[in-house]
Design a protein around this ligand. Structure first.
Ligand code: NAI
Length: 286
């Protein structure tokens, strides 16, 4: 693998953690965000994370010094991607925004650079033709929180070369992750497809009054060994996100089964998005 410099586009929830993870793993990193507030928040996150991890002896003094010297936050793709061997895009989940970013990256990044998207649902074949290097454009999908969750899905769309996939799998391992190779493009890849079946069923059982929120979550934890119940997990990832994804999918397929369930719609309408608003399936105010 010949990757030394990584550019991460987007310094939001996912981008800041992917950038920090890459720097802690020994790569030089340029993290780009067009919003100065997002850059400030990301810097604050890094400044808080490093001493906490050091105090717990999870990272060394050398790693702290390396991150301080090699993790750069910048405001433009020109400044961030000019020397990149690898780009991981983690900007907003919007196809037009991503296509524009990839077209710009294609102009700025060196010709050998691989361009990956961290998109949860947009397959890279919807983006690759915005560039002149489709064989080097693919999905590299981290999970939230990216510093902790082990799995990274690496998706080989029909346009992606074997060499690109092998390099990205190697990179995932160098970041301490366990890559899951997805051989074909499919909506939601592996984990989100399986997660959505479980959450849909959990919401259905709740809607039908078959069991309570607590009993559904406790049953899944106790019987299937999941560390969190599906409804707890929805509160963590955001009921608003789940609602929008369901509506978007429904608009695309016209299939009523893709529509968000009443228990999600109700909470979405009340503004109870989960942990971020203090209430979702559970109440976090206490
Ligand atoms: P976020 O909203 O927290 O961060 C997105 C950032 O991108 C913002 O700071 C925004 O200012 C920046 N941005 C927008 N346009 C830009 C541009 N043209 N150039 C540079 N920066 C730009 O979003 P989040 O949650 O971090 O998601 C990012 C991506 O990761 C999305 O594609 C999402 O589907 C995916 N993802 C999200 C997960 C989650 O749990 N939130 C999990 C796995 C993947």
């Amino acid at each position: 693998m010949n990757i030394k410099t990584i550019c991460v586009v987007g310094a939001g929830l996912m981008g800041q953690q992917i950038a920090l993870l890459s720097a802690v793993s020994g790569f030089e990193v340029f993290c780009v965000d067009t919003s100065p507030e997002a850059v400030d928040k990301a810097k604050e996150f890094v400044a808080g994370w490093l001493p906490k991890q050091r105090a717990k002896e999870r990272i060394t003094d050398e790693q702290v010094a390396f991150v301080n010297d090699n993790l750069h936050f910048v405001g433009s793709i020109e400044a961030g991607a000019a020397n990149a061997d690898m780009v991981i895009e983690a900007a907003v989940e919007n196809l037009q925004v991503k296509r524009a970013i990839f077209a710009q990256l294609d102009k700025v990044a060196p010709p050998h650079a691989i361009l990956a998207t961290n998109s949860s649902y947009l397959v890279s074949s919807k983006i690759a033709d915005a560039t002149g290097r489709p064989d080097k454009v693919l999905n590299m999908h981290f999970f939230n929180p990216a510093l902790i969750m082990k799995t990274v899905e690496v998706v080989q769309g029909p346009h992606v070369s074997d060499e690109t996939v092998e390099t990205v799998i190697e990179l995932a391992r160098a970041l301490g992750k366990t890559p899951a190779k997805v051989n074909k493009e499919i909506y939601g890849f592996l984990c989100n497809r399986i997660f959505s079946v479980i959450t849909k069923e959990a919401c259905y059982l709740l809607d039908q009054g078959i069991a309570s929120v607590e009993d559904i979550d406790n049953a899944i934890k106790g019987a299937l060994g999941h560390p969190m119940g599906p409804l707890e997990l929805l509160d963590m990832t955001g009921i608003d996100l789940e609602y929008h994804l369901g509506m978007e999918r429904y608009r695309e397929t016209g299939n009523l089964a893709d529509k968000p369930s009443p228990s999600l719609v109700e909470r979405y309408a009340r503004g109870d998005y989960g942990r971020k608003t203090g209430k979702g399936f559970y109440d976090y105010h206490e």
